[in-house]
Design a protein around this ligand. Structure first.
Ligand SMILES: NC(=O)c1ccc[n+]([C@@H]2O[C@H](COP(=O)([O-])OP(=O)(O)OC[C@H]3O[C@@H](n4cnc5c(N)ncnc54)[C@H](O)[C@@H]3O)[C@@H](O)[C@H]2O)c1
Length: 372
């Protein structure tokens, strides 16, 4: 198969769909890999790295799209990229179609087959191609929160680990899923006094079993949340209710009960945020002040560490990419129902029910589409 990887063109996106290691594996499997020049530069990969892996470098995205049987990317195709997709071509990337009718209609009109990273599943009910980015955002959250807490950035001027004779920062993590667990581990590793809140007793039991006394955990109610938030130097928002906007767990009025200069890191901002005062920010201008509380609400946190994020995403996508290339998408999806769950669009038909419901478009069962 000819596998193509264009340079990402969405603003501030520095990741790339294929690492040189992924390109090497694909070449070893007998495939041809075509990379747009400088595609990996933002993640620290040079054209020469891809050439050494056996890939071919081309000058333009047009050449990648015109040549490749499968396009491997990171972000959803932008309007100019969608125009280059063609009938029978396979697209493997993040899509997030439900809030994006323009993209959905363009993909349907192109006749391509599109498999979305975010809807591929695994045996434990997780989303294996979303999890690496939650891991990155979770581990980054205390790091950005610690920076936000610095006096020059408007914060309280509190050091995460304290020093002998001075206590550590108090960190509250709301939501103990993938983001929250990784955030709590790193915050505890920095020496902070960490408490994780969650609504799932099973999750709390898991955290207790696995992490013991590394950090505390508590059942999340409105009362327990505000009690902990009042004493916190840093609050990390990491809740998720699948398919719904994030619940607002702290109101604007409640900010006045917090310590002046405390930091809020709202990782759940990509689902609307779990604080009433959260609004999405960018890496160029990441923090703002509401009533003396510093907010960090970057919606694409993994972009800050594009190299780590690219490699983590590549590790997760590579086995699926190889299966698609080795077997063709139909056989790969027939062999793996979790990959079939990633099928969102095929030959002008929508094949993912939640997207169909969100956009009012008829859906053809993926099981039917894969056998067509
Ligand atoms: N900003 C970014 O760059 C970025 C990157 C990755 C993920 N995210 C977002 O981070 C959020 C968390 O993702 P995740 O992968 O950890 O999800 P997850 O499903 O693994 O975990 C979410 C947790 O929230 C808990 N929860 C739900 N309601 C709660 C409540 N009221 N109080 C306390 N806990 C509650 C759930 O029980 C679950 O354990 C999502 O909104 C995700 O989209 C953002």
């Amino acid at each position: 198969m000819k596998i193509g990887c264009p340079k990402e063109i969405k603003p501030q996106e520095f990741r790339v769909g294929m690492t040189p290691n992924a390109a090497y594996e694909a070449v070893q499997h007998g495939h041809e890999v075509i990379i747009e020049t400088m595609a990996g530069a933002g993640a620290g990969f040079e054209d020469a790295d891809y050439v050494a892996a056996g890939a071919v470098i081309v000058d333009t995205a047009e050449e990648v799209f015109a040549t490749a049987d499968m396009i491997v990317k990171v972000k959803e195709p932008q309007a100019v990229e969608r125009k280059m997709l063609r009938e029978g071509q396979l697209l493997f990337t993040y899509l997030h179609l439900a809030p994006d009718p323009d993209q959905t209609h363009d993909l349907l009109a192109s006749g391509c087959t599109a498999i979305a990273y975010e809807t591929v599943t695994d045996n434990s009910g997780g989303l294996p191609l979303l999890a690496p980015m939650s891991e990155v955002a979770g581990r980054l959250a205390p790091q950005m929160g610690a920076w936000t807490l610095q006096k020059a950035n408007g914060g309280r001027g509190v050091l995460m680990g304290g020093v002998p004779g001075v206590g550590p920062a108090r960190v509250v993590v709301i939501g103990g899923g993938v983001v929250g667990t990784h955030a709590a581990r790193v915050a505890a590793g920095m020496g902070a006094d960490v408490t994780v809140l969650d609504r799932s007793l099973n999750r709390l039991k898991y955290l207790d079993d696995v992490f013991g006394r590394t950090f505390k955990n508590q059942y999340s109610t409105a009362g327990s949340t505000i009690e902990l938030v009042r004493q916190a130097d840093m609050v990390i928002g990491a809740v998720l209710i699948p398919g719904a906007a994030a619940p607002k767990l702290i109101s604007k009025a409640q900010l006045s009960e917090m310590k002046p200069g405390a930091a809020i890191v709202d990782v759940a901002i990509d689902q609307g945020g779990c604080f009433e005062t959260s609004r999405a920010t960018t890496h160029a201008d990441p923090i703002y002040d509401v009533d003396g509380i510093m907010h960090y609400c970057v919606a694409n946190m993994p972009g800050a560490v594009a190299r780590t994020s690219t490699i983590a995403l590549g590790n997760a996508t590579m086995p699926f990419m190889l299966a698609l290339a080795d077997k063709g998408w139909k056989q790969a999806c027939l062999d793996d129902p979790h990959l079939l769950n990633g099928l969102n669009v095929h030959a002008g038909q929508l094949t993912y029910y939640a997207v169909g419901r969100a956009l009012g478009i008829n859906v053809v069962s993926p099981t039917v589409a894969v056998k067509s």
